[in-house]
Design a protein around this ligand. Sequence first.
Ligand SMILES: [Zn+2]
Ligand SMILES: [Zn+2]
Length: 646
Amino acid sequence: MAQVPKALTLVRQRTPKTPGKAASNSPIARVLVDTGVFHLDQEFDFLVPEELSEIAKPGVSVRVPFNGRKCEGYIVGRANSSAHIGRMQFLDKVNNETPVLTSNILNLSRTVARKYASNIMDVLRFALPSAVSSVKNVSLSYSEPKPSNNETIKHYPQSYFESLKKGEASHVIWTPLPATEPFQLMAEFCKIRNGNILILVPDSKSVDRCLQVFLASGIGKNICTWSSELTKSQRYANYLEILNGKVQVVIGVRGAVFLPIQSLSLIIVWDEGNDNYSEIRSPGWHTREVAIERTKQEGCSLLLGSFSPSLIATKYLLAGLLKPLNPLRETFKEYSPKFIGITEINSPDQRGRISTKAWKTIRRGLQTGPVLVQVPLRGYIRSLICQKCANHARCQCGGNLVIGSVNKNIVCGLCGIFQSDWQCTFCAGRAFRHSGIGDERTVEEIGKAFPGTPIRNSNQGSMILDEIEETCIVLATPGSEPRAKKGYAAIVFLDSRIPLERSSINAEEQARLNWFSVSALAAKNAEVFLDVVVSDPNFQALLRWDPWYAANRDLLERISLNLPPHFKAVSVIGPHSDVHNMALEFSGKYLVSSLQSTDDIFLSKIILRGTDHQAQELVEDLLNYCRIRSAHGLTALKVRVDPIEL
Ligand SMILES: [Zn+2]
Ligand SMILES: [Zn+2]
């Protein structure tokens, strides 16, 4: 590959000096300017006018003249002298007197920008709150401290709790017992550990639940939350409260990893493999990875938790970067549900979408408590296929034909056009059968089979948030399963092949995570039916309640295929010729995929892969490449480090 030259810097133009007097003390302000230009993300020096000197503190947001425009930025330091040659310009204005950018968060954002081949301003956008004009008082949540709950902690090695108590820094991955509430154990961690704690959970409903559990457990610390449920003004108020050091525990969703908690002592990332932790917007950072960087920088402890570890966490464990925190194997056995799978695919009691085995599991469960049935698809009939040739029934626009639950008409799922006389485009047949059956249709089917039993439906559109107490059937789509107060008496997973057949590279990992997490909602020793064959390695992992077994197996497979997380992968999207040229340039050193098409006909995508040893270099080379393009005024390429889709 050609030598990548050093990134270019714009030569500053001289402008007439603004009238005014520079501050007598530290007259120079180092400013991180939001230039909007990818390669211009270094700090620039400005003169501080005497009248702003007192409030122009490091961390405040300012406005500066830049290249004939006004730009926003943050002061990152004050100095007596500058290496800048030529006449220096004055700061225009201090936007807000509160220093919101702490040095820890600045350093963290720099590291994250480097790790994701990005510009620091693009990371700071996630780290800093937008200021609001009026801030209301925040009421922090607090409940009186209660003593440690020995019932909850007795199953885990006591050495870990002692190390927590001593304030030692450790990096640990924890797999909780099924049929227990993981947030209860997290509450115990918070009681034992001194210092401030950051709790990261995958969604806002988990934030609420975690807060309730913490208050009931009596952790005796000031708690504040951080989620999309908060208004802009509430977020800002919470941010200031955290800055002021009044908050001891923060419970938040992915972006909370950047909150400026001082003297941070422990970060817990619960459900570390959850896809919600992967930021969709550029530069596409992952909460777990940012948390790891933060623990390294601030010397605090890390606790990753999950019912089924991600492949990346498994890789870290095997490399000795994480230590396991597990209950004893026998205890897992004692708490784990009893799994039932398909033993003979053609036997009459195991055929069909809802097999006799599934019906029987529901029936037995209902004798003692609530039963959860999980269906991957939402809606009524989500796809139709030709009865004769199995061709997918599609509209002229390319959308799938679906049947809605209200009037049972066949319509296009994309454009909504009514299709009264569908005909197969391949064999001209007119008969079709249902292939993708959603939760609404399943509610009907199960309702007919269990007249008199209440059925509750929970999906992303209308989610049941309270705990289930009464005996009923709960029909839920993945991610919207409510908890049952005493655990479910039985759980049935239908259409389990659907999550496995998703096109994403981590489909199997995500499916397994869902199966383990949802099965953990079952009561101790309850029955769980999964419609996969018992020889399936994921089923075997569930049967032994050994998520590590399946993760290790997947990881070995990835190694043999040169796939992430064993290999570092980066996806690049841009105009065809640009991506093509880039592929040529990088192909000598790294594995480069062929050009792939994207949703946009003008853009192509390539995947670059490098070995573990090359990982850092690959990202650095990419960053330099993008900076040079930016300096030459070329179209920005869309770079994503560790993409979910390959
Ligand atoms: Zn259509
Ligand atoms: Zn056909």
